[in-house]
Design a protein around this ligand. Sequence first.
Ligand code: SF4
Ligand code: SF4
Ligand code: SF4
Length: 215
Amino acid sequence: MERRDFIKRSVAVSAIGLTGGFSFISLLGNNKTYYFRPPGAVEESQFLAACIRCGKCVQDCPYDSLKLGSLEDGINIGTPYIEFRDVPCYMCADIPCIAACPTTALNHDLKDINSSNMGTAVLTDREDCLSLNGIRCEICYRVCPLTNKAITLTKHPQSITKKHTVFEPVVHKEICTGCGICENACPLDTPAITVLPTERGDKAAHYILLREQQS
Ligand code: SF4
Ligand code: SF4
Ligand code: SF4
């Protein structure tokens, strides 16, 4: 969090001279709190039926990305979940969480982590996104493990009328795995890019809707 605060302060100083009163409309509100299942998780009701709450996936994750649900966090006790803002999934090539799972809760046919579908990153706060405010932040673009594929930078049309170029991070949902690394790295206190549940044909993302705030 300290690193985020530092980066935010640094870019805020740069912003004074760069933004020139740019204002972007927030296109996508996000008033829901989601947590996500590990890569390869089957559909949620099947997952809850299959998962024996053994915690082996959590134990074998080398990054401590997975947590076990407890009464306190409101998630089915003993079931694994990921909170991307805390620790994202670092997309291990050998997918040790799936290898450790003794049941069908995690799909053992998933061999390529790049085909996992935990969710899809969405630029949920265009108004506060530093890149869209004319600041060369682009951290989400640089940290994405699917370099230049899952997120690309597109010159924003408003650049034409401004002296400096504004780049928009554009997520390609058919490639994004929903690993949450971009969400985790966004330097804003509330990330401008967030992983949301998505449906892609027969590849539904598996997630837990924890709560929905009244707007
Ligand atoms: S792929 Fe790796 S980092 Fe991601 S949850 Fe599984 S073990 Fe953890
Ligand atoms: S290893 Fe499989 S069965 Fe055990 S807690 Fe993880 S998902 Fe559930
Ligand atoms: S969640 Fe973000 S970092 Fe991960 S693949 Fe998608 S765009 Fe890239």
